[in-house]
Design a protein around this ligand. Structure first.
Ligand code: FAD
Length: 376
């Protein structure tokens, strides 16, 4: 039977970034991915935005890992030729009453260490985005876009070059503790490991339950985010990244406009709790809803300017019934990244929703530090 130093469950962007970081220090690092390809779930069903870190509470893991991840991400993309662009973004105040919220957002971003933030007036906003309507906007220069598929592949490629073993078709089915480690049974066979990293995204609570951990109490609630695209004839209506103020319940950043690396414009994502973690398509939101939401930022855009695009599913830790979602508008819950108190050779990563793509290299540094406590 193979013996590993570290087994990472999940070959999404986070699992692959972790393998990339760990393989520079340790031999016998394994990634076990259930599906035939890496990154097929949330890691490539997202907006592909390199976030700046303006939204999250100062001191939170989301704030720290996003701000550091932003810098590390640009460095990695440059070094590994991952297609990306630092195009910046604007957050638009649609009415004078929203100006205070915009200033509060700017203060929050500054407290998180985001650089270069400034409020621009309507003429400056229109010079940048001639079709966008609003009173003023917050300019966020460190935001960018990337190709998430190429990113996942690049993390995995460098990790494999350093000797990591990355296995697809390797769904983990059983976990048992043994005296000096964990025995992992997957569709690819059995392996014993000194350390286990649960990076299974939407299924991280199921993995925690599989080993019998009390951390399975952090139930993951799937929240689907759906996208439309603007038709080709309207793609030049949007030049960069245009956001409204965040969705009040904190579930999402609000339906925004994302210019992709390929010139298309994504509209979305929406946010809706669903029952099934694998349900990407059933009961899609009507195009009229996208047209209505986008029409606030882009007056004159019509229903016929939209076509349905893909969707992704957020691994939320906050239940739909929580008063934080419905009343307090504070639905931002932090990432969980910790050694399992009952199973100290196991690291649990739970609730790695947005900005998880941006944060991946910083999460990988954090995990490397926890792994070194176990292995050294
Ligand atoms: C609509 C949407 C938009 C987003 N936009 C952005 C954005 O613009 N910028 C940003 O920074 N973040 C964004 N995010 C968040 C970001 O996409 C995620 O935080 C990130 O992709 C999480 O990566 P992951 O590797 O943890 O999860 P995943 O990509 O879900 O990977 C987990 C992997 O584990 C595998 N797995 C599960 N169970 C098992 C098992 N038993 N055995 C083996 N493998 C298993 C799965 O098959 C999967 O491949 C967005 C998310 C959504 C849903």
């Amino acid at each position: 039977m193979d013996r590993a130093n570290v087994v990472v469950i999940g070959g999404g962007v986070v699992g692959c970034a972790i393998a990339h970081a760990l393989s520079s220090r340790w031999q016998d690092v394994f990634v076990l991915e259930a599906l035939p390809k890496l990154g097929m779930l949330t890691s490539t069903r997202n907006s592909g935005v390199i976030h700046s870190g303006i939204y999250y509470p100062p001191g939170s893991l989301k704030a720290r890992h996003c701000v550091r991840g932003n810098r590390l991400m640009y460095e990695f993309c440059r070094a590994q030729n991952v297609p990306h662009k630092n195009i910046g973004k604007i957050v638009v105040a649609s009415s004078p009453e929203q100006e205070n919220d915009l200033r509060a957002l700017m203060k929050n971003g500054e407290a998180n260490g985001v650089e270069g933030l400034r409020i621009i007036d309507r003429p400056a906003m229109r010079a940048r985005e001639p079709h966008v309507e609003g009173c003023c906007a917050l300019e966020v220069p460190s935001t960018g876009i990337l190709s998430s598929e190429d990113l996942v592949k690049a993390f995995a490629r460098v990790a494999a070059d350093r000797g990591a073993h990355i296995l697809n078709h390797a769904k983990v089915e059983r976990l048992e503790t043994i005296p000096d480690g964990i025995r992992v049974t997957s569709a690819a066979g059995e392996i014993e490991t000194n350390c286990l990293v649960n990076s299974a995204g939407l299924f991280a609570d199921d993995i925690a339950a599989m080993i019998g951990s009390n951390m399975a109490r952090h139930k993951i609630y799937p929240v689907r985010g759906e996208y439309c695209e603007l038709v080709r004839a309207k793609q030049d209506w949007v030049r960069g990244l245009v956001y409204p103020l965040p969705h009040a319940p904190g579930l999402s950043l609000g339906t925004h406009l994302t210019k992709t690396l390929w010139g298309s414009v994504l509209v979305g994502p929406t946010a809706r709790y669903i029952e099934d973690k694998n349900d990407y398509e059933r009961d899609r939101e009507p195009v009229d809803d996208f047209a209505r939401a986008a029409g606030i930022l882009l007056p004159g855009i019509e229903r016929s300017d939209f076509v349905l695009a893909y969707s992704g599913i957020r691994p939320k830790l906050i239940p739909p019934s929580s008063p934080d979602v419905h009343e307090h508008g504070t639905g931002i819950v932090d990432f969980i990244i910790e050694r399992d108190p009952e199973f100290p050779r196991v690291l649990q990563l739970m609730g790695i929703e947005s900005p998880g793509l941006t944060s991946a290299p910083a999460i990988a540094e954090h995990v490397t530090q926890l792994v070194s406590e176990i292995l050294n």
